[in-house]
Design a protein. Structure first.
Length: 219
């Protein structure tokens, strides 16, 4: 089975920190809204902040709690405090940990994988029967403590003829000016954050509008 799963492109706007940015994301048709918690990032929110900000999103779009290498207890705290629709995990995570997290939280899992070379794509298969979505992100620069949100893209030509039984999400370095090229990969689910910002954590409504128009030109 190939990775084209959706009748129209889906978009997750991540790293949301302000009500006005969430309003713009919803206005222009985001399907998923991501909130970074318990992770080193300039877009990091406390669980209480994320719970409050995500509440108005729930009737309209899916909410995603984004974190790095959480323990089962931390994942359960995120689930109980924020009550997101999905849990997105970057960093180190064993299948046993993932299974325990899914059982304890009852949440579907977006497993984020760092991609730099073709060999990194081999990490997809072991997660196909565990994750509900697999997100392919550019590997962090050497020495960086931040797992994502660097505004960098990996070589999308690596994705040619890729196969997966689990829906794949393309992330890393997406912007309004490369949205058309992103669509040309054949992917139909895109995760965007820093490419829509004025400053880290501060989204630009014009960039959101431009990106959504480029990803969904038929609208």
């Amino acid at each position: 089975m190939r990775y084209q799963y959706f009748m129209r492109p889906l978009v997750k706007i991540c790293g949301l920190t302000r009500p006005r940015d969430i309003a713009s994301a919803i206005r222009y048709g985001a399907d998923f809204c991501g909130f970074i918690v318990e992770a080193q990032s300039p877009r990091r929110l406390s669980l209480r902040e994320a719970a409050k900000l995500s509440l108005p999103v729930k009737p309209i779009a899916k909410t995603v709690a984004v974190t790095v290498s959480p323990s089962v207890d931390l994942a359960l705290n995120i689930a109980q405090t924020m009550r997101p629709d999905y849990l997105q995990i970057h960093g180190a995570l064993s299948r046993a940990q993932a299974s325990a997290i899914k059982i304890q939280t009852g949440l579907p899992l977006i497993r984020a994988l760092s991609i730099k070379t073709r060999e990194d794509l081999g990490a997809i298969a072991p997660w196909e029967d565990m994750a509900d979505y697999i997100l392919l992100d550019a590997a962090a620069p050497k020495g960086s403590a931040q797992a994502g949100g660097h505004g960098m893209a990996f070589d999308w030509s690596l994705l040619k003829n890729i196969r997966s039984t689990t829906p794949l999400i393309l992330a890393g370095g997406l912007r309004p000016d490369n949205a058309k090229a992103a669509r040309a990969t054949g992917f139909t689910f895109f995760d965007v954050s820093s490419g829509l910002e004025q400053n880290p954590g501060v989204k630009d409504p014009d960039k959101i509008a431009a990106f959504m128009k480029s990803i969904r030109p038929e609208r």
